[in-house]
Ligand binder design. Structure first.
Ligand SMILES: Cc1ncc(COP(=O)(O)O)c(C=O)c1O
Length: 432
């Protein structure tokens, strides 16, 4: 590890500026003031559901693992320190974290302004669950911050954005939105799952809360589900812990252990994944069979200025999306032809992953909203891993060639209706 501090990835711990540690150091050791001089190097997994009490009303730590658990506490300390915040609050999944956060901030009659290009599960939570509880939402194009300002009403309690957005990679100017939310007195939440605190620090840019699916890059090895919320607002964090206790959705200790282990290489992985993604995005952009490529690191990316200002160290993360010539049938042929790149509903793992958002992660987003944000049936999401990029390119090359061959051979009329889900001869996949 280099001893010189990269100013772009350096963040101070709550122990004060003199002890400021880099993100790569915090990811390994956690906040300095929590370090113990002796004891196991690796955080132990405390599986105990409950804790012996010295006498009635006398105990030193947690009493029951739904409320607090030492392994989960350690993960929370590391995640909070990465954003110069008090310990985060960790949940069983990313969606459990979002649900608890919305239950903390919203009541019947309240209103939320939501970016229209976000993870499909968050859209479903608002459209199909929270709407039933009397909470309304307006979905806006958050790349145009004037639309956010116009959507805020006296009933608005929060603005929720995701940048880069899943899967279109559309960016939102966090500082611009924070000016609007501060003036209106509403809470700004940023889903920072794609870049993580290693590549983007929304709380430094004026956001009030960050939310994560730790299932993705933070854990990074596809071995555990998890979610986290981070904020410098101690009252909000306290209330969120109370909601978690009442609703019972704390992260399991074993998953917290795996997440702590994965987190140790987060800055290293994201650096490598970003470099690989940059090379692959440039290769895709120059490929004659590829129609469009979305990646914030490309010179002609429409929101390049925001990417340069907002992302740390000139790195833009591991996720690319693109469309192949020949539309949806060619896209599906490509997805079905890749061998090294795995077809899954997931991002952020060390392996390179391919996803078909329209039939998988965003299947529950209304077609009209999908089309408005550019999430076409032919869009392919590529989550670049840490393999040798030349091997990833070779696999994509053969899959693109197979797709082009199929398009050239096809004499059938291409169907334009909703795409079929499920597998030929197999069991239909349940969307998540
Ligand atoms: C950006 C983003 N936020 C939140 C979630 C939800 O996370 P989880 O699957 O851990 O519930 C996902 C899942 O894919 C996601 O991509």
């Amino acid at each position: 590890m280099s001893t010189s501090k990269n100013p772009t990835t350096s963040c101070s711990t709550r122990t004060g500026a003199a002890k400021a540690l880099s993100a790569s150091t915090i990811a390994l050791h956690g906040p300095l003031d929590k370090r113990r001089p002796t004891g196991p190097l690796i955080t132990p997994i405390v599986q105990s559901t409950t804790y012996t009490q010295r006498a009635v009303g006398e105990c030193d730590g947690p009493t029951y693992s739904r409320v607090g658990n030492p392994t989960v506490d350690q993960l929370e300390a590391v995640l909070g320190a990465l954003e110069d915040a008090p310990p985060s609050v960790c949940f069983g999944t990313g969606l459990a974290a979002e649900t608890a956060l919305f239950l903390t901030l919203l009541r019947a009659g309240d209103h939320a302004v939501i970016a229209d290009a976000i993870y499909g599960g968050t859209v479903r939570l608002f459209r199909q669950v929270l709407s039933e509880l009397g909470i309304s939402a307006t979905f806006v194009d958050s790349s145009d911050i004037a639309q956010i300002a116009a959507a805020v009403t006296p009933r608005t309690k929060l603005v929720f954005i995701e940048t880069p957005a899943n899967p279109t990679l559309k960016l939102t100017d966090i500082q611009g939105v924070a000016r609007i939310t501060k003036a209106a007195g509403v809470t700004l939440i940023v889903d920072n799952t794609f870049l993580t605190p290693a590549l983007q620090r929304p709380l430094d840019l004026g956001a009030d809360v960050t939310v994560y699916s730790t299932t993705k890059h933070i854990e990074g090895h596809s071995t555990s589900l998890g979610g986290a919320v981070t904020s410098r607002d101690e009252k909000l964090i306290e209330r969120l812990r109370w909601i978690r206790k009442c609703t019972g959705n704390i992260q399991a200790p074993f998953n917290a252990f795996l997440t702590i282990q994965g987190l140790k290489t987060l800055p290293l992985r994201l650096k490598e994944q970003s470099r690989n993604a940059q090379r692959i995005a440039e290769w895709l952009a120059s490929h004659p069979q590829i129609e469009t490529v979305y990646y914030p690191g490309l010179k002609d990316f429409p929101q390049r200025e925001i990417a340069e200002r907002q992302h740390i160290g000139g790195l833009h993360g591991g996720v690319i999306s693109f469309e192949i010539k020949g539309g949806t049938p060619a896209g599906i042929k490509l997805l079905n032809s890749a061998k090294l790149c795995r077809l899954v509903e997931h991002v952020g793992s060390v392996e390179t992953l391919l996803t078909h958002p329209a039939s998988m992660t965003h299947a529950d987003v209304p077609r009209e909203q999908r089309e408005r944000v550019g999430l076409t049936d032919g869009l392919i999401r590529l989550s670049v891993g840490i393999e040798d990029p030349a091997d990833i390119i070779a696999d994509l090359e053969q899959a693109i060639a197979a797709a082009a061959q199929e398009t050239a051979n096809s004499t059938e009329t291409i169907a334009t209706g909703p795409i079929a889900t499920g597998s030929k001869g197999g069991v239909a996949c349940a969307t998540r």
